[in-house]
Design a binder for this molecule. Structure first.
Ligand SMILES: Cc1cc2nc3c(=O)[nH]c(=O)nc-3n(C[C@H](O)[C@H](O)[C@H](O)COP(=O)(O)OP(=O)(O)OC[C@H]3O[C@@H](n4cnc5c(N)ncnc54)[C@H](O)[C@@H]3O)c2cc1C
Length: 544
């Protein structure tokens, strides 16, 4: 929808939009912010989706920023773009924060092929990725509090496979669908496909195959095998493939890594209004694939070295070989070591699950454990859906552990409550989480709770690697200069040369991202290391 009080400008925008998007989208117009809000309210009543709002800033009555802010309440997912005169750029930048606009464009936008369409197409692609049309495609039937159900839903969402979720306890159609197919309601989750066939409690590899993801390598040998499809692995895939290396990425869950589960990354270069981790992962995946990288939905379970060849073993027993391996498996969430937590994980206690679970917590009270950025981002994300978010923080406050922009936003969000100097001691519940025992400033207490999201740090997943790949006492991988102890290289290193900057104790095996000892735990640094590692891979291969 285009909004402008200047009718000749409005006509010009609408013409340009129709010419380029007319075949796929309906282009609507309004001559004032209020008229546009009225149309949006009608569309909402008819349950029609809205993809993008393009509004002029200077209008009598509601300004563009005011309109976009109010429109956000009706259509939070619609992309919001402000059209401004050059002189209003500063106002537009402020609006990124207040009205959460996604982009601002300067007038005039001629030629649209250069200045309008690339931006809008990008935003529409983002919108499309999150839009679930009312379709009769894939359905998942399960229990909201089951760990398996949660895993299946996370896997599908993160791989951008649209599905409808039917909670067996809350949706009558769920039982009907199972009965029609003579499926046992005690064996859930069930995934029903559009052709009517079903999978009961499927393993990720089986599900991956059914929804068209690749689980088998097309070649036996690659120049570069990347373990982990997070920011580090994806960056390596983009550079490796674009520079002519036959590149394979092994990723058991979905491209995007930890960033994929993060609600919003606000500090990654080039995204002034932030980018969701899932979007960043999706874009990088498309980019790497377009450049020729291959992706496997598999987990690496072992590695062996044979002369110049490195073999990565996969969970299904197969192997892939290469000259160069890049290890970028990131870190896994640290678990809450309290009575009840193990049993109730996935049944009310979740780790880094913000995106998938947030909607299910609509109008409920949610608890978040942790005081670092990840906890802050999750709390802000939940605050959009839950009635109240309580942050349980061990320290006296957030200032020592969280970025200022997040603290400021938390303070501005009225339904987030901070409980400092508070620890969770025990979790209670039979089928699912029902209560928590806390120790806080006022002593011990037992409170009712149905959702607890834990963000208390992470540990590297490196136990599957051979002993020859050296690591520090916490399991993080050593590379480059960090391999030296008291100035000496370790005995396993037999090459006459120095290890390259990101090379592990085994030649040709490189390390990038969070898993590396001493790494900066940031998307940008992971991307940087993944890209640099490819340069060292070239130098290593040049020595053959
Ligand atoms: C909640 C949260 C919020 C964050 N917010 C920000 C932020 O705002 N800004 C910022 O810069 N950073 C942020 N970070 C940090 C950032 O996400 C990480 O630094 C970054 O994702 C590290 O990238 P990576 O590629 O090294 O590892 P990861 O992102 O952890 O990716 C590793 C990938 O490897 C896969 N993998 C693991 N084991 C195997 C195996 N055996 N075989 C194959 N694949 C495997 C995993 O499935 C995963 O996809 C946040 C992190 C969290 C958890």
């Amino acid at each position: 929808m285009a909004v402008d009080d200047d009718l000749s400008v409005l006509e010009a925008v609408v013409q340009d939009l129709r010419r380029h998007y007319g075949a796929t989208y309906r282009v609507m117009r309004a001559a004032s912010g209020q008229a546009a809000l009225d149309i949006l309210a009608q569309l909402k009543t008819r349950q029609e989706p809205v993809a993008l709002l393009l509004s002029d800033q200077r209008m009598p009555g509601l300004s563009g920023v005011d309109f976009l802010g109010r429109a956000r309440e009706l259509y939070p997912d619609a992309r919001r773009v402000l059209l401004t005169a050059y002189a209003d750029t500063e106002a537009a930048i402020r609006a990124i924060n207040t009205a959460r606009i996604h982009y601002y464009l300067n007038k005039p936008w001629d030629p649209p092929e250069e200045k309008l369409y690339p931006v809008l197409t990008d935003l529409l692609e983002d919108w499309k990725a999150g839009y679930q049309p009312p379709f009769e495609g894939l359905r998942v039937i399960g229990h909201r509090w089951s760990l398996q159900d949660h895993k299946v839903r996370t896997f599908l969402s993160r791989n951008h496979v649209p599905y409808r979720w039917l909670d067996i306890a809350a949706n009558e159609d769920a039982l009907k669908l199972l009965t029609e197919r003579q499926l046992d309601p005690d064996r859930l989750p069930v995934v029903i496909f559009s052709d009517g066939s079903a999978l009961v409690d499927p393993e990720p590899e089986v599900l991956a195959l059914r929804v068209g993801l690749s689980t088998q390598a097309t070649q036996e040998f690659y120049d570069l095998v990347v373990v982990g499809g997070g920011p580090a692995g994806l960056a390596a895939a983009v550079y490796g493939a674009s520079e002519g290396l036959r590149t394979l990425v092994i990723e058991p869950e979905a491209p995007g890594g930890q960033a994929g589960s993060t609600s919003r990354i606000e500090n990654y270069l080039g995204f002034p209004s932030g980018v969701s981790g899932a979007d960043l992962g999706r874009r990088a995946h498309i980019q790497a694939t377009r450049l020729g990288a291959e992706f496997l939905t598999q987990r690496a379970t072992g590695m062996r070295i044979d002369g110049q060849y490195r073999f990565v073993q996969l969970a299904d027993g197969r192997e892939v070989s290469s000259h160069v391996v890049l290890l970028a498996p990131g870190v896994q969430y640290r678990k809450l070591e309290i009575p009840g937590a193990g049993r109730l994980t996935g049944r009310g206690i979740y780790y880094g699950a913000a995106l998938v679970e947030a909607v299910a917590c609509k109008d409920e009270e949610v608890f978040v454990v942790g005081g670092a950025n990840s906890a802050g981002q999750a709390a802000l994300h939940f605050a959009k859906f839950a009635s109240k978010v309580t942050m349980l923080v061990r320290g006296p406050g957030l200032s020592a552990t969280m970025s200022k922009y997040l603290i400021d936003e938390i303070e501005r969000t009225s339904n987030i409550v901070l409980e400092p100097r508070t620890q969770v001691l025990e979790a209670f519940g039979e089928e699912r989480l029902e209560a928590l025992r806390l120790s806080g400033e006022a002593g011990e207490s037992r409170i009712a709770a149905s959702s607890l999201f834990v963000f208390i740090g992470a540990a590297p997943g490196t136990a599957w690697l051979p002993a020859s790949i050296l690591r520090d006492e916490n399991g993080f991988l050593l590379a480059g200069p960090d391999l030296r102890v008291d100035g000496k290289l370790p005995g396993v290193w037999r090459e006459p040369r120095e290890p390259f900057l990101l090379e592990s104790s085994v030649p040709g095996v490189f390390v990038a991202g969070d898993v590396r000892h001493g790494s900066v735990k940031r998307v940008a640094s992971a991307v940087g290391e993944g890209s640099i590692a490819v340069q060292f891979a070239h130098q290593y291969l040049a020595g053959f």
